[in-house]
Design a protein around this ligand. Structure first.
Ligand code: DX5
Ligand code: ZN
Length: 232
């Protein structure tokens, strides 16, 4: 398991996106997290396809698109075509999840399912083999700068158990309230992609914070590996 911090552009400076993306590239980021909000599924409104297309032209980093929109059945496909490497839909918003995941994959992206804090892991029972990624929301979606809900780590552990039981190797992502203090805990719980917005871009030197956060995540994955080697 390789832990990677994915900067969330929601907390970047929208007037200087290219500059902030370049800073994350130089700091060693591999994945950028892009939050699409429609002002309906969540109260906030952010960016959509034209901005994603512009970002695609600007960087070769993997683009991880988190769709917080009411009708992902009709739109997920477009984001895969616009150059997203990962497209994630919310289980609370989608009607025909199996079909949507297939459409995302057919269009060359990896398919993810996001769970809000109130949604139980058990909802994934049938669909897990079709998921390339599961995103555990550790805050209620819509805004950056919220506090992580501590029960999220137990949820990630439960997800790992379910994946093991079903022999599924999806990528596990956590999103919301990740900072320097808790990033290693999230990795020890089993998260591989750690989304972070305000705790990165809200600091004076986001690139140096990125490096410190990545180092903490790496340490967390070493500890997780050691613990699994020691387990009977
Ligand atoms: C919240 C978004 C997050 C957000 C995270 O709904 O999905 O990606 O940018 O921001 P922080 O890290 O500040 O909680
Ligand atoms: Zn997000």
């Amino acid at each position: 398991m390789r832990a990677r911090v994915a900067p969330s552009l929601l907390s970047a400076d929208f007037a200087h996106l290219a500059r902030d993306i370049k800073a994350m590239e130089d700091a060693g980021a591999e994945i950028l997290h892009i939050d699409v909000m429609d002002g309906h599924f969540v109260p906030n409104l952010t960016i959509g396809l034209p901005v994603l297309e512009a970002i695609r032209k600007e960087t070769r980093l993997q683009l991880d698109v988190h769709l917080m929109i009411s009708n992902p059945d009709e739109r997920a496909f477009d984001y895969a075509c616009a150059g997203a490497d990962w497209v994630t839909v919310h289980i609370e918003a989608v009607r025909h999840l199996h079909r949507v995941l297939e459409e995302i994959r057919k269009n060359g992206a990896r398919a993810g399912v996001a769970l809000n804090p109130h949604s139980p892991i058990g909802l994934l029972e049938e669909i897990l083999p079709c998921c390339d990624l599961v995103l555990i929301m550790s805050v209620n979606p819509g805004f950056s700068g919220q506090q992580l809900i501590p029960t999220s780590f137990a949820k990630i552990r439960a997800l790992r158990k379910l994946m093991e039981a079903k022999s599924v190797e999806a990528t596990v992502e956590i999103d919301g309230g990740i900072d320097l203090e808790n990033v290693a805990d999230a990795v020890r719980a089993g998260a591989e992609i750690l989304v972070s917005g305000s705790a990165l871009f809200g600091t004076a030197d986001p690139a140096s914070t990125y490096r410190r956060m990545s180092a903490a995540a790496l340490e967390g994955s070493r500890q997780r590996q050691d613990a699994s080697l020691k387990a009977p």
